[in-house]
Design a protein around this ligand. Structure first.
Ligand SMILES: [Zn+2]
Length: 88
């Protein structure tokens, strides 16, 4: 089992990026679909005109650099670029 340690990938990131990484990895992100579900947004649509912006869609959205969970796990350059772009 993985546990948090000073050697955990990403723990040396800027706080904003580190928090986004944790939010995504713990499935606590709030894409438009979730905001609509809780009545905090009128539409689940993505700015890319996709009808349902879920976390899965955000990871493939044509408006963002694509990323996979493997990228996020090892916090590579692709993950960092994506984490800088997204709003979660
Ligand atoms: Zn989109």
């Amino acid at each position: 089992m993985d546990t948090f340690s000073p050697h955990t990938p990403g723990c040396d990131l800027l706080r904003k990026t580190w928090v986004r990484l944790i939010i995504v990895n713990t499935a606590c992100a709030k894409p438009c679909f979730t905001l609509k579900h809780f009545g905090l947004r009128s539409s689940p649509n993505c700015d890319s005109l996709h009808p349902c912006q879920t976390l899965d869609h955000l990871m493939k959205c044509p408006l963002e650099a694509p990323v996979e969970f493997g990228d996020l796990k090892c916090v590579n350059a692709r993950a960092l670029e994506w984490l800088e772009q997204i709003e979660v």
